[in-house]
Design a protein around this ligand. Structure first.
Ligand SMILES: Cc1cc2nc3c(=O)[nH]c(=O)nc-3n(C[C@H](O)[C@H](O)[C@H](O)COP(=O)(O)OP(=O)(O)OC[C@H]3O[C@@H](n4cnc5c(N)ncnc54)[C@H](O)[C@@H]3O)c2cc1C
Length: 426
């Protein structure tokens, strides 16, 4: 296939990653269809913290992280929980995770991530402007807050890693922090502000408007669940779904945490896991931070959103099928109240019933080295993987979409993608 020739491209999964890929592909003149069994944007892209954090180059498996695990698991308010019945299933992932937490590997991962994440705000702005969604994108930075100088010192390696990758950080003491965000608890004595970061005030509305724009320019949405591919030799003939086969010249696998069986259908074994995360939202909160703010110890973020204040975060290892444990969301409220003491001391159960308080659980598509899988399958150059963005999928999606469009067009991508090679786990 000649470079730049228009092709019929099926994008599997209409989350932020799939929709960004579809948008860039459409700009190249391809005839693009999105395959999605549910409503676009209602997977992980629905309930995240909405942050476009180009600075988030630190992988989850940082040196020393394993030492914290027993403490986190013992603490019912802690950032990590594990359903013990799921331990045998996730053990191989955890072994890879622990092995990837060496300083040398982590430095390499950060270096690979920075070009994928760094340009996020200008790129998402470009897509949003075209789609009439500019009002949903904000750039007020991202604030990380600490309760002691010692706690900040413990994160020294992470901050050194960010700075080494070109992230500019402003540091604030307790008084300055109070002026910057008066709603924050006086318990916080250090704050680090990354001004380059942005956020969306409504992740679902952003995906929805990008999809509407895509449809307005002739893109199709196919309501179906993909389960495999029909190949003609090494060329793709069609995408197989529960609604029949859809002929395509290229397929992009962006099914988030559900992508593993699609890769397996082509013989690629990828150790994709779900790191389940939760949110709790308060409509008309008593106080609201102006800047998205992360409690560095509690590992959750408070984001000011159009529909209220969202606390999002924590990791639960329990697989794709277990029912949500809503105590995890309620813990976010307990933590959030400590961050923002101006919130009500208590919310009646009626607030949960009438929708003033809402809760959500979603699946981060995660790989043990915190890098996505981005590149062609082994069986066919026409089937390209774009999944596994873990904690930073909103941020990485705009550049991922550009890379996908380049790969389909046969152009060299704008950044190095060797570290994201789907075959790296073989
Ligand atoms: C609590 C929490 C907070 C987060 N905060 C942030 C943040 O602040 N910033 C950030 O950058 N990232 C954040 N993330 C991560 C981010 O949300 C994800 O990485 C990102 O949304 C993944 O996007 P996606 O398009 O790959 O997957 P999804 O949004 O899950 O989309 C995948 C889509 O594929 C569809 N699908 C599934 N199976 C099939 C199939 N067989 N055929 C067709 N379609 C299929 C699904 O229905 C879904 O719509 C957070 C995640 C969580 C859980």
């Amino acid at each position: 296939m000649a470079a730049n020739a228009a092709r019929r491209v099926g994008v599997i999964g209409a989350g932020m990653v799939g929709v960004c890929a579809a948008s860039w592909l459409q700009r190249d003149g391809h005839s693009v269809f999105l395959i999605e069994p549910g409503n676009p944007g209602e997977g992980a892209s629905f309930g995240n913290a909405g942050c476009f954090n180009g600075s988030s180059v630190t992988p989850t498996a940082m040196p020393g992280v394993i030492r914290n695990v027993p403490r986190w698991l013992r603490d019912p308010l802690g950032p990590l929980s594990l359903r013990w019945s799921y331990l045998p299933a996730i053990l191989p992932y955890l072994v890879r995770f622990a092995r990837s937490a060496t300083p040398e590997k982590v430095e390499g991962q950060a270096k690979a991530l920075r070009p994928l994440l760094g340009p996020t705000v200008p790129l998402v702005r470009e897509l949003a402007r075209e789609a009439g969604a500019d009002d949903l994108i904000h750039q007020r930075g991202h604030l990380y807050v600490y309760r002691s100088a010692e706690a900040l010192a413990k994160d020294g390696f992470a901050w050194a890693l960010r700075r080494a990758n070109g992230v500019v950080v402003d540091e604030f003491d307790a008084d300055e922090l109070r002026q910057l965000e008066p709603a924050l608890s006086r318990d916080y004595v250090r704050g680090l502000l990354v001004r380059e970061n942005g956020h969306t005030s409504d992740p679902l509305a952003l995906v929805t408007r990008l999809v509407e724009h895509f449809r307005g320019r002739g893109g199709e949405i196919v309501r179906a669940r993909a389960f495999g591919f029909r190949l003609d030799g090494r060329r793709l003939a069609a995408i197989r779904t529960d609604a029949g086969e859809f002929p395509a010249d290229a397929a992009i696998v962006c099914a988030g945490a559900h992508s593993k069986p699609l890769a397996a259908a082509l013989g690629d074994r990828v150790p994709l896991e779900t790191e389940r995360g939760y949110h709790l939202m308060i409509r008309d909160p008593e106080v609201m931070p102006r800047i998205p703010t992360a409690d560095a110890d509690g590992k959750f973020v408070a984001t000011p959103m159009a529909l209220g204040l969202r606390f999002a975060g924590t990791v639960e290892l329990a697989g794709l099928v277990a029912a949500p444990d809503w105590r995890r969301s309620r813990i976010l409220l307990m933590q959030g109240r400590k961050m923002l003491p101006g919130l009500a001391a208590d919310y009646p159960e009626a607030d949960y019933a009438n929708g003033r308080i809402s809760m959500w659980m979603g699946h981060r598509p995660s790989l043990p080295d915190s890098l996505p899988v981005l590149g062609p399958s082994r069986a066919s150059p026409d089937v390209i993987y774009a999944f596994g963005h873990g904690h930073v999928g909103m941020t990485a999606a705009p550049m991922t979409g550009r890379i996908i469009a380049d790969l389909v067009a046969g152009r060299p991508p704008p950044i190095a993608i060797a570290a994201f090679d789907p075959a790296r786990f073989a």
